[in-house]
Design a protein around this ligand. Structure first.
Ligand code: C2E
Ligand code: MG
Ligand code: MG
Ligand code: MG
Length: 282
């Protein structure tokens, strides 16, 4: 119909923009009640040692199933939660749930959770972590908190101070998605991260033989080694990607090749002795 008005190509896009805003509004509204309705679940993805594939622990990844919206990926709703101040209660639920769940695993296994920059603007955050550890009984050494560089951009100095408080508690910090943002080396001097997580884009590139990706992974591994940090390569799906990462010297690997994110019950089943398997059929 817009063609009748003289070739106006803008008009057809207006309803779609409107629909986007409407979808956002509905999602935010549903997000508000999601915690109370118990719509969130944590999935856990294995992280293994690159050298021999032994299990080190799991990264907790949130999942949301809503009656109206169905399954919504964290890539879509986490940014919305961050913008609408809902991230604090959701993040606290993630922290407490992951700590409690990890207590049911063999005691050598760690659990990693993702924490948004917005959560670190709350001066109370370290106290919430202390409480979650105390309530669950999880030793701080078994908890890893993953942040991205965006925490340093958000507020001047406050986040770095908060991260220092967390380190003082004995928990580990990881720098997530390294290489995709500013990747300023200053952050690595400011904060004692245990692990640098190399983004999947470099893993994919390196396996395809892209010289830039290979050079960047090599440089990150060398930097981490000399700073006493470990490296985790994210998103390895194929044997070639796993072999490439191993050759480049990353300490740990996480990706579909070793396991997809799975429900808590599937994790527990991994530790059940095989002779008790018939129980699982019930
Ligand atoms: P992330 O922390 O970098 O998590 C890794 C993402 O890569 C996850 O996506 C995971 O499912 C996916 N992945 C793992 N292995 C592979 C692979 O081999 N191939 C491919 N293609 N993908 C792989 P997911 O679960 O959709 O989460 C996306 C992002 O949402 C996370 O990225 C994290 O930034 C955020 N997120 C997830 N859970 C939480 C949470 O509880 N709190 C906060 N604040 N953010 C979360
Ligand atoms: Mg992560
Ligand atoms: Mg990541
Ligand atoms: Mg990521």
């Amino acid at each position: 119909k817009s063609k009748d008005k003289g070739g106006n190509v803008v008009a057809p896009y207006v309803p779609s923009l409107h629909a986007q805003a409407e979808e956002r509004r509905v999602m935010e509204q549903e997000l508000r009640g999601a915690l109370d309705r118990g719509e969130f679940e944590l999935y856990y993805q294995p992280v293994v040692t690159a050298e021999d594939g032994t299990l080190n622990g799991f990264e907790a990844l949130i999942r949301w199933t809503n009656q109206t919206l169905g399954n919504v990926s964290p890539g879509r709703f986490i940014p919305l939660a961050e913008d609408s101040r809902l991230i604090a209660p959701i993040g606290e639920w993630v922290l407490r749930t992951a700590c409690a769940e990890a207590m049911r695993w063999p005691s050598n296994l760690k659990v990693a959770i993702n924490v948004s920059a917005e959560q670190l603007t709350d001066p109370n955050f370290a106290a919430v972590v202390v409480s979650a550890l105390a309530q669950s009984g999880l030793p701080p050494q078994r908890l890893e908190i993953e942040v991205t560089e965006s925490v340093f951009l958000r507020d001047g100095g406050g986040a770095a101070q908060l991260l220092d408080q967390l380190i003082a508690l004995g928990i580990r910090l990881s720098l997530d998605d390294f290489g995709t943002g500013y990747s300023s080396l200053g952050y690595l001097r400011k904060t004692q991260f245990s692990t640098i997580k190399v983004d999947r884009t470099f893993v994919v590139g390196a396996a395809k033989g892209a010289t830039e990706s290979i050079a960047i992974i090599r440089a990150v591994v060398a930097l981490a080694d000399s700073l006493g940090m470990s490296t985790t390569a994210e998103g390895a799906e194929t044997e070639l990607e796993v072999e490439t990462i191993r050759t480049l010297g990353c300490s740990n690997i996480q990706g579909y090749y070793y396991g997809r994110p799975m429900p808590a019950s599937d994790v527990l089943a991994l530790f059940r002795p095989p002779d008790s398997l018939p129980c699982a059929a019930a």
